[in-house]
Design a protein around this ligand. Sequence first.
Ligand code: ATP
Length: 530
Amino acid sequence: MLLISASNSGFSVRKASGERLNNPSGAKVSEDLLNKVVSLAKRRGFIFQSSEIYGGLKSAYDYGPLGVELKRNISNCWWESMVHAREDVVGLDAAIFMHPRVWKASGHLAEFSDPLVDCLNCGGRFRADKAPTLPPESPVTFRAGGKSDGDELQGTVSDRGYICPLCNCPNLSAERQFNLMFRTSIGPVDPLDKAIKKIVHGRMNAKEIRKTVEEALQPSAIYLRPETAQAIFVQYQNVQQSLGMKIPFGIAQIGKAFRNEIITEKFIFRTCEFEQMELEFFVEPGTEGDWLDYWSKARMQWWQTFANSTENFRLRPHEADELAHYASACYDIEYAYPWGWDELEGIASRTDYDLRKHSEESGSKLHFFDQQKEDPETGKPGYRYIPYVIEPSAGLTRGLLVYLLDAYTEEGGKDADGNDKIRKVLKLHPRLAPIKAAILPLVKKEGLPERAEKLSLEFFQSGINARFDAQQSIGKRYAKHDEIGTPFCITVDHQTLEDETVTIRDRDSTEQQRISASQAVQFVLDGLKK
Ligand code: ATP
C-alpha cells in the first residue's frame, strides 16, 4: 500500500506490506504513479497543501488555478447529466449547518463512527475495517517500535484476523467506536464558561468533569455535515410540493462534506474536508431493485465517458455485512488506484429509512400521495406512502484524483538531436481540461503577439477558457500545455500575417494542421463536443 501523508516537509511516501495490488492494467498504473501525479499537481498549479508556508495542515488541500477549473468541469458535467439532461431531477444547494436533531434522526450521532484501534507496538492509529487481513493464528514478523532498525519480533494474528497496517504487529488495543462528525458551537456565548465555573467550584473527578463539559456543550452544539444527503431528505417536502414533482423523481446536490477521518490518506483520496455529488432518487416501494440497477449502470457509464482506461472502473455489489445501517443493498463503483481497487462512488438502496426517521423526529409527514394509484392494501383509490430512495453518492474531489491518475501518461520519443526524451501528457477529456486552447505566437516579436492576442479575444468572447501564452520557446510551451492537459495549441506564425491561417496542434497525437484563423474557435468548439 502506498501511504501518502502530508508532513511538515511535504509528502512522505511509505510502502506497507501485506496488501493486495491487483490492477488490471499494470503497465500504466504503477506504484509511483501517485507520486508523479502529486508532484505534477503542485508544480503545475492543480493542488497545493493547505497553509503550506506554515508547514501545512494535515489532510487539507487547496485547489490552484488549474485544479479549480478541473473540479468545476467535473461537477458541471455531473450537473448537466444528472439535472439539466433530465425532467425527473431538480437541484438543491443547502446550508452546511443544520439543526442538530437532523443528525439524531438520521442515526449519525449514534452510528456514524469507525472502529478505531491503537497499535501496541508502533503507537499508530488506524481503522480496523481497513487494516490488512490475515487468517487467525498466522505467524507474522514485525520490528520493535515499528522502526526499520528495531529488533525483529515474531507474533501471531489474533481471532480478529487483522494486523497493524503500519508495522504488521498483531498486538493491538481493543476496538472503540470513534464518531466522525466535527462538532462546533453556534452563538456568541462560549459554552465552556459555564462548565469551567462549575468545575472550579465543585470537586469533580474526571468522569464528572466530562459530564459537566458535555452538558455545557450540548445546547449550542452544531455539526459540520458529514454528507450532503440529509439536507435533501429534510427538504424533500418543500421541493416536491413547490415544483409539483411526481414520483419517481430526484433531488441533486453538490457540496462540501466534513469527516474527522481516523486516517487521512493517499493525497486527496481521503481527506477531512471534501466535496460530494449526491442524488437522492425517490421511488415507489417495490421498484427500488430496478432503480438500483438503473442508477448503478448509468453512473458507471458516466465515469467511463470521460476516462481513457475504462477497464479501470468496476461495479462491485456489497456483501450483507458491509451494508450501512440505512441500506438494504449497495453497489460501489471502484477504480483501480495505484494501491488496488478502492471506492469512487456508492449507489445505495436506502429504503424509506431517512424519510421515515425524519417524519418520526420532526412530526412532519414526509410521504407522497399518488391519486392515480390504488392503495395495494385496501384496494381503494389513492396510494399514500413514504418513498424509497436510491442514492448515487460520488466524491467530487476523489473523482478529480481518479481523472488525474487516468489521464497521466508518459510517452517515449526523441528530441531534435535524436536523444531519448519522455513526453508527459495529461490526457484529460477535452470537456474536463482546465484550459481548452492555448494561443501561442511563434515568437515574441514581429507583430505575432498582437495577432495572437486578437485571436485570444475571439475565444474569450465565445466563452472558451483559452490562454494567450508567449513565454519561453514554442517547444517548451507545447510541453507545458501537454502536461496540463490543454487539448489544442494554436500557433500564430509569420504565415498567419500573410494568409490568415494558423496551425492547430492536437495534444494526444501531436499532429498539426493548418486552418483558417477564422475557423479556430469553431474547430475547438467541435473538439469539446466529443
Ligand atoms: P470509504 O469507504 O472510502 O470511507 P464511504 O463508504 O464512507 O467511503 P460514502 O459515505 O458512501 O463513503 O460517501 C460517498 C462518496 O464520498 C465516497 O464514495 C467517496 O467518493 C467520497 N468520500 C467519502 N469520504 C471521503 C473522504 N474522507 N475524502 C474524500 N472523499 C470521500
